[in-house]
Design a protein around this ligand. Structure first.
Ligand code: GLN
Length: 490
């Protein structure tokens, strides 16, 4: 049975065929059936969701207009602040944190009629690529419970792939929407830096972070982006750039599409099955009439090194606010006031977060600043220029989202560097501030999904979505459902 999309659910609610309460009921049913295995959710509030659903159903019954996501259950990553429930960032230090306000994207979703059913699991403070760095529990991949769902938005990706909801929000600092989307066989979009307000997103790397959708297909990604995009005076980095009609744009023909291929995205370390699937996807574009153009991105070989300096430097500064005084957990029996800070942070942060705070503090410290942080900023500019040059020649740059499919739980936990290297293809888009999307483009022999990444120029989402949409009209990878979910639906 194919799983309904956001648009199908919304249409069913609007027409009164299947009401919002029914959709919430179904979503809660699948949480109860599937989540004990997947562990995609940190928390959910079925009663609150039911109350909101009832209001939508009444509005429909009275013939009142309802929003573009009326009655649609969605989930959001647990680093996005909500007035209801807790916002834990999967960290001990925020385990009881109740945000006093709603994030901008939460307000946007709710005023569009969406019903936020709960909050999804992540790597602590979004630091990781596997959702194993959560203080709560690791999340599992619905295609194989032995494998990670990717990260850090692994809970959102796992829940959408399993059909618990049709859409969810994640955040992407270095790949955390696109990589879990590719591992779980769904669509994930990181918008242009500044396209979506980060007000109410718990900061990790402020010059890199963006919120974006995880959905079954490109049309739904366009719809969610439509709802959350646009200027918000509460986030000074959100840009006052008109929000085009992303959804209507998908129906326009994609004439004269030029796809850039960079040798640097097909180098050593790329899994042969991933390479084959991505090459087949590019052949599909060629068959659809797109022109394939070689481009050169000579500096992306430094992207991982550059990213792991910029991101950890910003993280060390952003995480200074968790001091046991202003926010979150405080050590139980501190010896003195210095110990309040030290013990609260020692107890409150997990190993990976502590590692990054130390690396970032080191990179920013006097004497090392020029050698590390400043140099990384310069390399960042070179990477940005590489993409500017490429986008003079092409509309999108195509390649793999991740060099490998999902790995087994625990496989990379002892080797942080091996885990960092897995981000090789995703971090550049964040460093350059450009949009990127991952769409499913095949499976390994063992049945694990593979993702194709497309990247576009700043605010190039319309053409990026159109290219990804063209691919999905010609292929059916995005309609595949993991066996666990189809068994549950039967
Ligand atoms: N895996 C990358 C990191 O650990 C990216 C995470 C993210 O995008 N939030 O920093």
């Amino acid at each position: 049975m194919p799983m309904p999309t956001l648009m199908e659910i919304r249409d069913a609610v609007r027409s009164g065929r299947v009401g919002a309460r029914e959709w919430i009921d179904r979503a809660i049913g699948s949480i109860q059936r599937l989540d004990p295995q997947l562990r995609a959710l940190i928390s959910y509030d079925g009663d609150r969701a039911m109350d909101l659903a009832e209001q939508i159903d009444e509005q429909v019954a009275r013939g009142e207009p309802v929003g573009p996501l009326a009655g649609v259950p969605v989930l959001i990553k647990d680093n996005i602040c909500t007035r209801f429930g807790r916002t834990t960032c999967a960290s001990r230090i925020l385990e009881n944190f109740e945000a006093p306000y709603d994030a901008h994207v939460v307000q946007r979703l709710e005023s569009a009629g969406a019903i936020i059913l709960g909050k999804t699991n992540l790597d602590e403070f979004a630091m990781g690529s596997s959702t194993e760095n959560s203080v709560w529990f690791p999340t599992r991949n619905p295609w194989s419970l032995e494998h990670v769902p990717g990260g850090s938005s692994g809970g959102s990706a796992s829940a959408v792939a399993a059909g618990v909801v049709a859409g969810a929000l994640g955040s992407d600092t270095g790949g955390s929407i696109r990589q879990p989307a590719s591992f779980c066989g769904i669509t994930g979009l990181k918008p242009t830096y500044g396209r979506v307000s980060r007000y109410g997103l718990v900061a990790y790397g402020s010059s890199l972070d963006q919120i974006g959708p995880l959905t079954r297909d490109v049309a739904d990604a366009a719809l969610l982006l439509q709802v959350i995009a646009g200027r918000d005076p509460r986030d000074s980095t959100s840009v006052d750039e008109p929000v085009p009609d992303y959804v209507a744009g998908l129906d326009r023909p994609v004439d004269g599409l030029r796809i850039g291929l960079a040798r640097e995205y097909f180098g050593a370390g790329l899994d042969p099955e991933v390479r084959a699937a991505v090459e087949a996807a590019i052949a599909e574009f060629q068959a659809a009439g797109a022109e394939i153009v070689p481009v050169s991105l000579p500096h992306v070989k430094y992207a991982v090194a550059c990213y792991y300096l910029v991101a950890v430097a910003e993280a060390s500064s952003n995480l200074a606010r968790y001091d046991g005084v202003h926010y979150g957990r405080r050590a139980e029996r501190p010896q003195d006031y210095i110990d309040v800070y030290c013990s609260s942070r020692q107890e409150g942060f997990g190993a990976e977060v502590r590692r990054r705070i130390m690396l970032g503090t080191y990179a920013l410290s006097s004497g090392y600043y020029d050698a590390y942080y400043l140099k990384a900023l310069k390399v960042r500019t070179l990477i940005k220029r590489d993409f500017e040059e490429a986008f003079r020649l092409v509309d999108v740059v195509a390649g793999p989202t991740s060099p490998s499919p999902a790995w087994r739980l625990g496989e990379k936990l002892e080797d942080p560097l091996a885990m960092y290297l897995m981000d090789i293809y995703t971090v550049s888009a964040n460093l350059a501030g450009i949009p990127g999307i991952s769409v499913p483009c095949g499976f390994t022999q063992t049945g694990l999904p593979i993702g194709l990444q497309l990247m576009g120029p700043h605010f190039g989402e319309p053409r990026l979505l159109a290219a990804a949409g063209l691919y999905q009209r010609r292929t059916d990878w995005h309609t595949r459902v993991p066996p666990l979910a189809s068994a549950a639906a039967a």
